[in-house]
Write a protein that binds this ligand. Structure first.
Ligand code: FES
Length: 115
């Protein structure tokens, strides 16, 4: 069974292979949504973008991005510089061990933002 490590929350959970990251995070009591998005989100339809996370380890163990997810992330400022590791939790299936940082901040001063 794959292990998901939520680095901000310092929590580890084991999930069945192919489990949905959003569903498992909610089940484990991990807060995926910043601020008001806790109540106002698309409930996993890939349209609000508020469930974005960074896969800090094991990105190869996450399902590949689909067209809808890529399109949604592509209009987010937070995506810039994090194209390889940022995912929508609601669209990510867990195939092996991963580490996840929830609610990543927008780093407009980061070295990759203007490059
Ligand atoms: S819950 Fe809205 S995009 Fe994932």
């Amino acid at each position: 069974m794959p292990t998901i490590t939520f680095t901000n929350e310092k929590k580890e959970i084991q999930v069945p292979e192919g489990a949905n990251l959003r569903r498992e995070a909610i089940r484990a009591g991990v807060q995926l949504y910043p601020g008001i998005h806790q109540y106002l989100n698309c409930h996993g339809l890939s349209s609000c973008g508020s469930c974005r996370v960074l896969i800090t380890k094991g990105i190869e163990n996450a399902s590949p991005k689909g067209i809808l997810e890529s399109a949604r992330l592509g209009v987010s400022l937070a995506y810039i510089g994090n194209e390889k590791t940022m995912r929508l939790a609601c669209q990510t299936r867990v195939k092996g061990d991963i580490s996840v940082a929830t609610c990543p901040a927008i780093n407009i001063y980061g070295e990759n933002f203007f490059s």
